[in-house]
Design a protein around this ligand. Structure first.
Ligand code: SF4
Ligand code: SF4
Length: 436
């Protein structure tokens, strides 16, 4: 089957939120969804948007394995928890997202001349009243692990106190997020009215607005909290991967407007029969390989024949062959899924950030261009490998280390190429880039 997928290179995200703002202008600039960001950019470490969404014990999203190894919805499923329609403890409240506001701009124009510049005070978009801003979609911005909410960051909380406490080891990076358009979407499985569906042709997950009855099981069921409730229409809404744009050959709004040009968008081919088996893998060290193995090599003639026989248009297969997504995930193996342990088989993957090596003894740092320095000091990266592993590999540090080493070798290689210096074969050989 074919699936639209995305890879984001986190090394290139500058946290400008252009993607979020242009997405909002295109899709959620309406009454009822003021608080909604189909695309949000959160600072890590941090608790994200809605806050603490990764705490699956609290919010009940994604899949868990039952005693027989089968997957079941953590939120209980569509029939056992219908009482949630009236009182659903696993639904985030507006305070978990944030109370949207505007400013009373009139004051800027009407204030009498005075000693100080007039200030436009925030007014709630929901009540119209003056408000105190206490939380927003990226409240953790640039706090580098030092904010008072950081104890709620599940990955940071599980790491050593040393990392949290020492200023020299503070770190931060940006994590842009959209709906993952999962291969095994728990939002679809939890919808009692059949309104959530995954398009057969390209795997985009959508909400049928006519069929939606506003029960919000999908909000609870999505572990990434990427379905939102429109309080005006009483229906669920979510990222559409800009399908009306894709259908006429345009990229998503977030991809097109991304300042860092870090979003790689493309079709991948996958084996639908392997999805549940891969999602059920118990051992965290096998989860990544299992999820990778579901994707098919679009250059394999047997895959091409099977795809064409199953009705996938030939030019779509060509698109999959040209797509950078397969190459980044499978050929170069530098992209990783966000929280594969949620078992929804997410289809937005990430190239993790390659941070500098920090020598806390001498206070010096290296920028990671010398791959050998990086190999020797993988435990001294500013962004700890274990933190990245908590996001991308269910805690398994080995694949993250491998990705960072490949990125460092590529950076060193390209630097040498650009400087006209002959490539150091030891760098290439150290990570198998010479084909060894
Ligand atoms: Fe559904 Fe998207 Fe959530 Fe996956 S990330 S469960 S496709 S809403
Ligand atoms: Fe990052 Fe691009 Fe979004 Fe800016 S527009 S925050 S660089 S993903």
């Amino acid at each position: 089957m074919a699936q639209m997928a995305m890879v984001m290179n986190l090394d290139k995200c500058i946290g400008c939120h252009t993607c979020s703002v242009t997405c909002k202008q295109a899709w959620t600039n309406r009454t009822g969804v003021e608080y909604v960001w189909f695309n949000n950019v959160e600072t890590r470490p941090g608790v994200g948007y809605p806050r603490t969404y990764e705490d699956q014990e609290r919010w009940g999203g994604g899949w868990v394995r039952n005693k027989r190894g089968r997957l079941k919805l953590r939120s209980g499923g569509r029939f056992t928890k219908l009482t949630h329609i009236f009182s659903n403890p696993t639904l985030p409240e507006i305070s978990d997202y944030y109370e949207p506001w505007t400013y009373d701009y009139d004051v800027l124009l009407s204030a009498p001349q005075g000693e100080h510049t007039p200030v436009a005070r925030p007014k709630s978009l929901l009540t119209g009243k003056d408000m105190q801003i206490r939380w927003s979609a990226n409240w953790d911005d640039n706090l580098g692990g030092s904010g008072e909410t950081m104890a709620d960051d599940p990955i940071l909380a599980g790491m050593s106190q040393k990392v949290q406490a020492e200023f020299e080891q503070a770190f931060m990076f940006y994590l842009p997020r959209i709906c993952e358009h999962c291969l095994n979407p728990s939002c679809v499985a939890s919808c009692p009215s059949g309104a959530m569906y995954k398009r057969a042709e390209d795997g985009i997950v959508l909400v049928d607005q006519d069929a939606c009855r506003g029960w919000r099981m999908c909000v609870s069921g999505c572990p990434y909290k990427k379905v939102y409730f429109n309080h005006k229409t009483g229906k669920a809404e979510k990222c559409t991967m800009c399908y009306p744009r894709l259908e006429v050959g345009l990229p998503t709004v977030c991809s097109e407007t991304c300042v860092g040009r870090l979003r790689y968008l493309g079709l991948v081919l996958y084996d639908a029969d392997k999805v549940l088996e891969a999602a059920s893998v118990e051992d965290p060290t096998e989860l990544l390989d299992a999820q990778r193995s579901v994707l098919l090599d679009p250059n394999d003639p047997a895959v091409v024949d099977a795809a064409t026989a199953s009705g996938i248009p030939r030019d779509w297969v060509t698109a999959a062959q040209r797509s950078p997504v397969w190459a980044l995930i499978s050929t170069y193996q530098v992209a990783l899924p966000l929280h594969p342990e949620y078992r929804t088989m997410p289809m937005v993957w990430y190239v993790p950030p390659l941070s500098p090596v920090v020598d806390v003894v001498t206070g010096s740092g290296n920028d990671g261009e010398d791959a050998r320095t990086l190999f020797a000091a993988i435990d001294k990266l500013r962004i700890p490998v274990e933190y990245l592993a908590g996001l991308f590999t269910a805690g398994d540090t080995a694949p993250v280390t491998g990705v960072l080493q490949r990125l460092a070798a590529m950076r060193a290689h390209m630097r040498n190429v650009n400087l006209g210096v002959e490539q150091d074969p030891r760098i290439a050989g150290a990570v198998g880039m010479d084909g060894a």
